[in-house]
Design a protein around this ligand. Sequence first.
Ligand code: AMP
Ligand code: ZN
Length: 466
Amino acid sequence: MLKLYNTLTRTVEEFHPLNPPQVRMYVCGPTVYDFAHIGNFRTFLFSDLLRRYIKYSGYEIRHVMNITDVDDKIIQRSVEQGLSLRDFTDRYLEHFFKDFDDLGAERPEEVLRATDHIPEMVELIGRLAEKGHTYEANGSTYFRIATFPQYGRLSKVNLEGNVAGASERVDADEYTKEDARDFVLWKAAREGEPSWSTRLGDGRPGWHIECSAMSMKALGESFDLHLGGIDLVFPHHENEIAQSEGASGAPFVRYWVHAEFLMVNGEKMSKSKGNFYTYRDLIEKGYQPRAIRYLLLSAPHHKQLNFTLEGLQGAESTIARLNDFRRRLAELVPGAGGSSDEVTRLVKEAVGRFETAMDDDLNTAEALGAIHDFVRETNTLLAQGGMGEDDQQRLLHTVERFDQVFNIFGPVEQELLDSEIQTLIDERQEARKSRNFARSDEIRDLLAAKGIILEDTRDGVRWRRK
Ligand code: AMP
Ligand code: ZN
């Protein structure tokens, strides 16, 4: 039985979908104005893991993700680059899905773009207006939070002194809890910015209304799961609840599940702090997509994860070991042995531990521990020799089951080409010349993780495969 920590109730709850075997899940997707960083991907890989484990547990999943393709940053950058909103966002959307696929994530059943759903947003704002939740000021439309007494239930925001009325409101999409005020649903058009002509006037939607309109359109007024990074709890998700429940009168989402941050030296990885790596930055440095995936999934989503390149190097060795293990098991020429009790016990214990860990609010650290113990014990059996075909197949099938959820064993790694090794060695020499020892050590360790040994000789650097 899967249990999840629900931000709404602040407790770990048993997961019971509203309409089994179907599970309806909405994930707040990327804002496509630049390359996503691996902090963003921590959240998306967590959604992928939950999606996969829900399927593993016998449910059918309907997973919807939105694309925020209009907001202040997008408008500013598209104008700077002389591109239409669509051309500009198309480019980053394509980059996003390239990285998403390379990281081994499964595509959601539906991906919805905000700018394709302006009529739905206008309609939803109309319903809110009919129920007295909105007001207009200077051509913009706002949600009056005093009309929704449950406001603050998700984020536990303290509204004291903030519900003062029309003079107190925020237009920005992102703000802090101290600014819990009436928020914008529809922003009046500004000179030189893209806008839509609607019955609310010329303008564009606020960020929050996007997700209420698209999630309810795709999944209905009440659905099972809503995911995002922990920074979305306030104001984004709080505002989504106000908008959706304000309009429908029905409970919006059963389980709110949030991923904790990927950190760097004690700070959130973020664009604005400049302390981020994109997926491509790491690939250019020679790391494998599967290693990045492994690392980002190695800590449970409810814990912060500190990113280091050493950690990533560790993940490189781990996935190399897992891939190697699977290949040896698959290529084994079976002996005469039949179905052994030993393998029955091993599989039962490993799968049992794996499921117990995953059911426990997706405790990935424990689940991976179970996988590693399974690999170690199977290696011992392989070393004894004489394994029969039935045992081999049962063990392989167990690997497949784990990989249905984690997707870390394969495809079997490509070995580095000689030319790629030489390029990295040359870069290391350059790094040493410019006294960038951090990078030169990093390259040495990276090559070591891939079984390439470097020897510094008088005639330069020689290398060999282990
Ligand atoms: P954005 O593209 O900025 O809308 O963000 C996409 C997703 O990434 C959101 O769910 C954010 O909460 C999440 N996110 C942003 N930074 C981090 C981080 N350092 N660690 C984990 N998730 C993050
Ligand atoms: Zn959202």
